[in-house]
Design a binder for this molecule. Structure first.
Ligand code: DNO
Length: 346
């Protein structure tokens, strides 16, 4: 596996030089954050980002994310222009040495939590999702760092209206159309696409979500049955649904060679669809990180992996879920598990 760390570019409070000091770090996962969704990323900007990363002796082989324009998800006639741009982005990124592109197909909202700084008994703080605290983003003040900050309330209302007329099947049709166009382009360029599951993996605000469970992942992989059509397997996102058997799913999809990127996050179920994010250490959450790594190791996983969301510890403040310290601990914990597997399992 190739240990990686998400970095939000030069505006990230976490310095890239600090990431490079974490033992065993292969590369940085990043993106261009100032290009409007759906537009072309210029080769110049991609190369400038790459230069910044490689100057710190880190590889830039994974992009998270190239976002998918809402017109594509809605299946609007204007989608072809955005799909053409998406393909240009794949080509430009491939030329710069990128090998894996993470994306998601969640309508309007990316990951959703109800609180970003819940204080744990030990004084650290973390991200939580409590069903009963979910607010209506149209009428209440509710926004999160994963969302497109540029939506005004009017834009949101319009999108809600459009999605209200969409079924799960409509969303599938839109995803299939997108995949049939972009996967052949990715194959040509030697890039793999890795869809991120919906987080949390169920409909929110009455809007459909489809990448939520094994049935959805099976369907996605069969639309275009190519290694270039793969997964970002996010343990914490899929793990929020107690009905998902994370270990069995990782075993199945890694054996198929369709997991290209692992997001390692631990969570604790609070009942009724509520959950909180915990330290990566297995004892703290409901996911068994040792078992997960052992399954990947057994199946010869050589893809990318990154510690996902950490708590805020040691007085750090910054981008919720994306501080330096707890993610660095997570990376070393995972490196330790992996080293043990490497040495003991022949
Ligand atoms: C949350 C992240 C997601 C992820 C996107 C991928 O912290 O895992 O925002 O980057 O869903 O497109």
């Amino acid at each position: 596996m190739k240990m990686s760390f998400r970095w939000f570019g030069t505006s990230d409070p976490v310095k890239i030089e600090y990431i490079a000091q974490i033992p065993g770090m292969h590369g940085v996962v990043s993106a261009l954050y100032d290009v409007p969704v759906g537009e072309v990323w210029s080769t110049e900007s991609i190369l400038a980002l790459k230069q910044r990363i490689t100057a710190a002796n880190l590889a830039f082989e994974v992009v998270e994310s190239v976002p998918v324009h809402e017109d594509i998800k809605l299946g609007l006639p204007t989608r072809d222009r955005y799909i053409a741009n998406y393909i240009t982005n794949i080509e430009n990124l491939a030329r710069a040495g990128v090998k894996c592109i993470c994306y998601n197909f969640m309508p309007i909202f990316d990951w959703t939590r109800t609180q970003l700084d819940y204080i744990n008994p030990d004084g650290s703080n973390t991200l939580v999702f409590r069903n009963e605290e979910l607010k209506n983003p149209l009428t209440e003040d509710f926004h999160l760092p994963g969302w497109n900050e540029s939506y005004r309330k009017e834009d949101l209302a319009k999108l809600f209206e459009l999605y209200a007329q969409r079924t799960h099947e409509d969303l599938w049709n839109a995803l299939e159309y997108f995949l049939r166009a972009v996967i052949p382009a990715a194959e040509r360029c030697g890039v793999v696409m890795a869809i991120h599951p919906d987080d949390p993996p169920w409909d929110i605000f009455g809007i459909p979500r489809i990448i939520c469970d094994e049935t959805g992942l099976d369907r996605l992989l069969s639309v275009v049955d190519s290694p270039a059509n793969g997964l970002t397997f996010c343990t914490g996102s899929l793990g929020c649904a107690e009905s998902n058997n994370i270990e069995a799913m990782i075993d199945k999809y890694s054996r198929m060679g369709r997991i290209h990127f692992m997001h390692m996050r631990n969570i604790r179920h609070l009942g009724g669809g509520s959950f909180e994010e915990t330290a990566h250490f297995s004892n703290y959450g409901d996911l068994d990180m040792v078992k997960i790594c052992a399954i990947l190791h057994k199946n010869g996983y050589t893809g990318y992996i990154r510690p996902d969301h950490g708590r805020m510890i040691w007085g750090e403040s910054g981008k919720p879920g994306y501080g330096l310290y707890d993610r660095a601990l997570g990376a070393m914990y995972l490196n330790g598990i992996w080293e043990t597997l490497e040495r003991t399992i022949k």
